[in-house]
Design a protein around this ligand. Structure first.
Ligand SMILES: Cc1ncc(COP(=O)(O)O)c(C=O)c1O
Length: 395
């Protein structure tokens, strides 16, 4: 190995090729900017940025965001109709960091019973240790039925996920917002299902909206990320908490989500048409006892869905007449096009077994203890139906 001996060579190695401005036109997409250290023109410049960075979005250090992530923040803020957005390394981190930002020891939080399962796990692990009280409310019904009675003087937050995970229960979000605000509490909603496109929780009265761009914004099953967007009134608390805990995302991941987002509006209707076609077909099957999808006219949640949503995505679930776990497993294992996988929102069709008695705390799922959850991808729905048909025959 030869080591450059001319010190000027070493200096050139370091100083050459630092950020440059290229003369000419501009690319369609924002640049992918990787950065830890940020350079300043003078000490005064550095001090000015340090002074402003808690309140304004300025480039100050890689752990406090990067220009590629800022571009994605803006896109999500626009979709959700909020004030500003912070990004997190996963959707789950967006949820947990948001709960940590707005809750403190002695507080009580009301959580939807239809919540994404790891949130229940987080509550058990973390809230007990930090003396935060929590309880679950049944996740459906007009007028926020039953929720008022669960509010306590210490309730600071209502946390909803609508439609809920696995069975798509829909909460009356405007009613929950009225209840929360009359009580001096905040309303947060997980909008991963709606992808910031089919549902507008902030417009319906929520203060905070959380999502996992991992799913439909990415659309390609190759990146994980979370996002929290708030109204201006409650922004500061999230912003400061997130900075204090060093949450950031890689510019590469932000760039991938930006890229996926451009085709969201083209992909969602295809997922929706496929899910409806598959859902209607499943309803005609002898072996199926119930199909869960809020866009189906006889779904329990259809009226609220029609009122508050502008569309549906590729998710639906169904229960077999044989309620045993082994019947559901035999069916799932017989599928060929639907692959077994826990996430959703990508281009591919997926299937997963849902144990509803584990996934709910206060709602009674003894009638449908096991659901088969489908994510209908961008394949031809007739091929997907043929796959389901052969799995029914094979069982
Ligand atoms: C409704 C909902 N919210 C949040 C998440 C968490 O997202 P991530 O997998 O990026 O942590 C998921 C993941 O499945 C989800 O279904």
């Amino acid at each position: 190995m030869t080591i450059p001996t001319d010190p000027r060579e070493r200096t050139r190695l370091i100083q050459a090729g630092l950020s440059t401005h290229v003369d000419g036109g501009r690319a369609v997409n924002p640049p992918l900017v990787r950065a830890s250290t940020i350079l300043f023109d003078s000490v005064a410049h550095l001090k000015d940025i340090r002074r402003r960075r808690d309140d304004e979005r300025v480039l100050s250090y890689g752990a406090r965001g990067n220009p590629t992530a800022f571009a994605l923040e803006d896109l999500i803020t626009g979709l959700e109709g909020g004030y500003r957005t912070r990004l997190f390394p996963t959707g789950l981190a967006a949820i947990t960091q948001t709960l940590i930002a707005y809750l403190q020891p002695g507080d009580h939080v009301l959580i939807s019973d239809a919540v994404y399962e790891p949130v229940r796990h987080f509550a058990r692990q973390f809230f007990d240790r930090f003396s935060i009280d929590y309880s679950f409310f049944a996740a459906n019904g007009q007028g926020g039925q039953g929720v008022e009675a669960l509010l306590r003087p210490q309730t600071r937050l209502i946390y909803a996920e609508s439609p809920g995970s696995l069975a798509y229960e829909i909460v009356d979000l405007p009613a929950l917002a009225r209840l929360a605000h009359a009580h001096g509490a905040l309303l947060a909603a997980d909008n991963t299902w709606g992808a910031g496109y089919l549902y507008r929780p902030l417009a319906l009265g929520a203060d905070i909206v959380i999502s996992a761009p991992t799913k439909y914004l990415s659309g390609h099953s190759d990146v994980v990320m979370g996002a929290t967007t708030t109204t201006q009134a409650v922004w500061d608390r999230l912003n400061r908490s997130v900075d204090a805990q060093g949450m950031t995302v890689s510019p590469d991941d932000a760039w991938l989500i930006l890229r996926g987002s451009r085709t969201l509006a083209a992909r969602l209707p295809l997922h929706a048409a496929g899910a409806l076609r598959v859902g209607e077909w499943l309803q005609t099957q002898e072996a199926v006892t119930r199909v869960f999808c809020p866009a189906l006219p006889d779904d329990h949640e259809h009226a609220l869905w029609q009122r508050d949503f502008s569309g549906v995505n590729g998710l639906l679930s169904f229960a077999l007449k044989d309620p045993t776990e082994s019947a559901a497993i035999r069916f799932i294992d017989a599928l060929r096009l639907f692959q077994i996988g826990a996430s959703w929102g990508g281009f591919e069709s997926l299937v997963m077994l849902a144990n509803m008695r584990q996934a709910r705390t206060v709602s009674d799922w003894s009638r449908y203890p096991f659901l088969i959850r489908l994510h209908v991808g961008l394949e031809d729905p007739e091929d997907l139906i043929a796959d389901l048909e052969q799995a029914f025959a094979f069982r």
